[in-house]
Design a protein. Sequence first.
Length: 569
Amino acid sequence: MQSFLNVWKRHPVWFRWSAAVVFALLSVLAVISATVPSAADTAGPIGLFLGGISAGVTFLVGARHLEGRERVSWTLVGIGLLLIATGVFSVALISSLTEMAAFGPPDILFLGGYAFGIVGFALLPQVASDWSVRLRVILDGLIGAISLGVIAWLLVLGDLLGRLQSFTAWERWAGSAYPVLDAVAMIVIILVFVRRSAYRFDIRLLLVGAAFIAQVVADLAYLESGVGRTFAEARPIYALNIAVLILFFAAALMVRSRPQRREYADRRASLLVLVAPYSLAAAMTTLLIVRIVQARLDTGFWALLWGTIAVGMLVFIRQGVAIRENRKLVERQRAALVSSISHELRTPLTAVVGFLDLVIDKENPLSAGERDELLQVVHQQARYMARIVSDLILLARGSLDSIDITPAKVPLEDLLSSAFATVDSGRASVEVESDADLEVFVDSERLQQLIVNLVSNAIRYGRGRVDVVAKRVGSALVIEVHDDGLGVPKRHELTIWERFERGAHRLDGRRPGSGIGLAIVRVVAEAHGGRADYRRSERLGGSCFSVTLPQSIVETHREKLDRPVQVAG
C-alpha cells in the first residue's frame, strides 16, 4: 500500500483526480451490476469498456517511459486490454441489433486480448531466472496445471464441453479456447510466484496475478452459464469482470515504478511450493483409482487415465532433470573439495618438507636459534594440517547432520588458550574478551575445533583485526568472533553454513578454503543444543559469527578478563 501511495503522489494532480474518478465509476458500476439485476446489462458493459480503455491506455502511456523487456511486456498487456475493450464494444453493438450466441466471432478479440496479457506478463524481466531453475519450475507448473485441468474437466468442464459438440463451430472453438488459456494463465502465475528474483517484491505482479486468477473464475462461471444459450441468457458476472479491470488499472498506475534490485538470502525452496503441484497430481491419481474400483470406464475415466500418464511422464522428466543437476552438483563439490584441500595442504607441506631438509642438512648445519625457529614454523604448519585432516575425518564419518559429543567441565580460559595455540594469525591482531574463572560444560575438543574454525575464517577474510568475545548470557555461553572484513553478501548468509559452500569466494582461488569449516561450526553448536548465527559486526564493521550454547555455564565469578591474546605466529 505504501508503494502504491508513493507512486500515486508522483503523478500530476489532474491525473490523480482523473484516476480517482475512474476508480469511483468502476466501483459504482460493479456494485450496480451485482445488486441491481435490471440495470446489470447496462452498467456491466459500460464498466467493462471504461475499465479496459482506462487500464489499456494507462499501460501504454506508462510503458513509454520504460526500456527493454519491461517496456515490451507492459505494452503487450496494454494492447490486450484495448482488444478486450474493443470486444466489449462489439458485443454491445451486435447484441443491440440482433440476438447473438454466448460464444461467437467477437470472442476472437477477447481471446486475443487474453493471450496478449498472458504473454506480456510472462516476458517481464522480474520473472526471468537461469534456465535450470526455469526448467524445473515449468515442469512443476505443467504437472500442477494438467492435474488441475483434468480435475476441473471431471467436475465441471467435461459436461460443459460435451454440450458444445452439438452447437456451431464458433461456439465449439471459442468455448474450448477459454479453458486452454486459463490453464496457460495458471502456469504463468505459478512461474511468477515461485521464482527467485533479483528484484524486490513487485506490487504490480501481485495485482496482475490476482486479476488473472479472478479472470479464470469469471471464465468458468461464464462457460457454465453460456453453453448453448444466447448472450442475454448467459448472464456474465459483470461485477467480477469489472473487479478484474480495477486490478489491472491499479497495476497500470504503478507501471513506471520499476522495482529496485535487491540482495536476498538464498534458501531452499519452500516445502509448500514443492508439494503443491504434486498434491494435485496425487488427487488426480486418487480419482482415477476410485473410478477403476467402481468400474466406471466413462469419459471421465479416460480423461483421468491420459492425464495421469501425461503427469507421470512429466514427473519422470522432472526426476531426470533433478538427477542430472544433483550429479553435476556432486561432481562440482568433489572437484572443489579436491582442489581446495590440495591447495591448502600443498603450501604447508612444501614448507614442512623444505624446513626439515634444512634442519637435517649436515653439510650446512644451523645454529640452535635458527633450528628452533624452523622447528617452530614446522610445528605451526603441522597443527594447521592436523586441523584440516580433523575436519575431513569428521566429514568422512558419514553425515554432518549430527555428531557425538562428550561434555565435561572445563575452564573457559584454558579452552580458549588451547584453541588459539593452533591458530596461525600471521599479521592479524587477535584480541579476546572473556569472563575470568568461568567454567563451562562442553566437549572441549569439539569446541576448540569450532573456535579455531571461526578465528581462522576471520583472519582469512578480515583485514587484520579480529575480536573474540566469550561471555555469559543467563545460563548460556555465547562466543562471538568479529572481523573488519567486507562481511558476507546478503544472498550467501544462509548458504555459507552448508558444506563445500564458500559464498562469494567460491570461485576465488586467491583465498583458499575447503568450504566445510562453517558447516562443522553449525553442527558442533547444534550437537551441544545450541545454534550458530551470522550478522554484521557492530564492533568492527565486518562479519560477526556467533555461537550460543544454552545451559553450558557451570559457575562464574564477576571478574572480567580483557586483554590481547598471543596467538601463534
